[in-house]
Design a protein around this ligand. Sequence first.
Ligand code: NAD
Length: 294
Amino acid sequence: MTLLDGKLLSENIKSELAAEVDLLRERGNKIPHLAAVLIGENAASQVYVQSKIRSCEQVGFKSTLIRRPADATEAEVLEIVQSLNEDPDVDGFIVQLPLPKHINEEKITLAIDHRKDVDGFHPVNFGRMAQGLPAFLPATPYGIVEMLRRYNIETAGKHCVVVGRSNIVGTPISILLSRKGYPGDCTVTLTHSRTSDLAGEVRRADIVVAAIGIPEFIKGDWVKEGAVVIDVGINRIEDASRKSGTRLVGDVDFEAVAPRCSHITPVPGGVGLMTVTALLMNTLKACKREIYPN
Ligand code: NAD
């Protein structure tokens, strides 16, 4: 069994990005600039945004954090989005989700200029991705395909079962893995909470992608011998043996599943770190106008 090491991989990619930044600087070109908008005090969101800003610093990108309290109005957030759309120095930006309930997330996402949508959540990018056109790929699925690519995991003709159909993970990764080319050319089954025989579906998979949000949901005997298992879940559970009283686990019962797999991602240290790195890769592409030249 091989661990798919998101930490090592993301460090390698960050070194490559840092080298690119050095090259841009030497040539007198613009340095990538990512902005992040954080509304409210959601603890997990604060951790995610801080990690995005810190990652920018590590690779030499410029970053800007714009914070507003939880009672910021929708109009205020739209105004921030508009100003970032118009700021020529900002190559890409994200509005950290979830937003407070009184703010319509769809409205905010639609207001972001798709040419700066480095989260890949705008329907223009999603649609272009589905059609196989150049697009900013959503960060988590982008991180997963990059992981498969860098570990040379064969995907052509493989049966991939995705569990969970969210717009940010399950649905886009099912599209990416079924597209023509590498990593792709899989036969994909997209499963969800209404799937009738989930264990049976997962048992047929050569590649399993778990993005459900339920701790250790995928059991050992659901997974075929030799399967590749990508665990997207990040769940905090109680653990009295830890000083903090909690620990992170994925959506896969790692202890039971790992011995059966050819490859598996750990949690933490797997997909999560690749997600932040994918955001940086998108930001560099935005700065170099790789997706939208004009
Ligand atoms: P979501 O809540 O938007 O979607 C969950 C999906 O799971 C839904 O499509 C639902 O149909 C499916 N589901 C729920 N119960 C099910 C059941 N009993 N059987 C089968 N399917 C079921 O979640 P999400 O945003 O896709 O996130 C999923 C997990 O991944 C969460 O733990 C989240 O924290 C984590 N996540 C991690 C990263 C990362 O960077 N590693 C990024 C995004 C999300």
